[in-house]
Ligand binder design. Structure first.
Ligand SMILES: [Zn+2]
Length: 271
């Protein structure tokens, strides 16, 4: 449904009006990631670096190769001397095998169509001499953040996420490596269920949009997407749904969970 979102132009548009560094959760994650870097790591590659807040944090102490499809994102990194920027797709990175000690990837894998995802995982394993440090949303209910285009009716995740991961799903992507550290971090995400979100969207017209954020439809390019106007009946229905969801979560013993999982991998000993 969303293969279009992998186009470089999508990421350029995204980074033209998105900056992550002001988000305190991202700043806190940067602190954790720096603390997790193993002893002896000197060089690293940041695959899908985006606008590079975390890339710059890593570059305070390491030589960093920043890889992204978006020229807009990379332009923001070129001023930092210890960063080398490469514009490339994550599944075809023009670097030699074992080019760096550690390959880092934050909030990237969940964006990739399946074929690119597996190509990217192969590239990450090929480039890393010793370690992978990977973070993605943890068990995200993708539908929660769906918007709907008022022009072509495409339903799409506002951040372009195509996959939800847990630790086991990440392990399968990196068979040459073993996971040696796992933690959850980030803003707390209340429990939800895809059918509940579907009902919220179709019955209550609750699509994930903000009045102050410019969304672009990844299929037709519509730029004037706005929150749908909703009458009192739809709002009352949604309050009822919220109440039901709350009861359901309590009965199922589901508590809010941090939004991201952070995993550190070490290359398996050669057999
Ligand atoms: Zn559209």
């Amino acid at each position: 449904m969303m293969a279009e979102s992998h186009e470089a132009a999508f990421y350029d548009r995204h980074w033209e009006h998105t900056r992550t560094a002001t988000d305190p959760h991202i700043v806190a994650k940067g602190d954790r990631l720096l603390a997790l870097l193993p002893e002896g790591v000197r060089t690293l590659a940041d695959i899908g670096c985006g606008d590079g807040y975390l890339t710059r944090r890593l570059a305070e102490r390491h030589d960093v190769i920043a890889v992204d499809r978006s020229a807009v994102a990379l332009d923001r990194l070129r001023e930092t001397a210890s960063i080398r920027a490469i514009q490339a797709s994550a599944d075809a990175i023009p670097l030699p095998d074992r080019a760096v000690d550690l390959v880092f990837s934050s909030q990237m894998l969940e964006h990739l169509p399946a074929d690119v995802l597996h190509g990217a995982a192969r590239e990450m394993q090929r480039l890393a001499t010793a370690h992978l440090l990977v973070t993605v949303p943890h068990r995200e209910t993708l539908r929660r953040r769906y918007a709907r285009c008022s022009t072509c009716k495409l339903q799409f995740h506002i951040d372009g996420h195509l996959h939800a991961f847990d630790a086991a799903a990440l392990d399968q992507l990196f068979p040459a490596f073993e996971r040696i550290h796992t933690e959850l971090t980030g803003p707390l995400e209340p429990p939800t269920y895809a059918p509940l979100e579907w009902t919220r969207q179709h019955l209550c017209h609750h699509w994930w949009m903000w009045d102050d954020l410019r969304l672009v439809c990844p299929r037709c390019g519509e730029t004037s997407l706005r929150k749908p106007r909703r009458g009192p009946l739809r709002r009352a229905t949604e309050r009822g749904l919220d109440h039901l969801a709350d009861l359901w979560s309590r009965r199922a013993g589901r508590a809010p969970q941090p939004y991201w999982i952070v995993t550190l991998y070490r290359r398996k000993a050669a057999t």
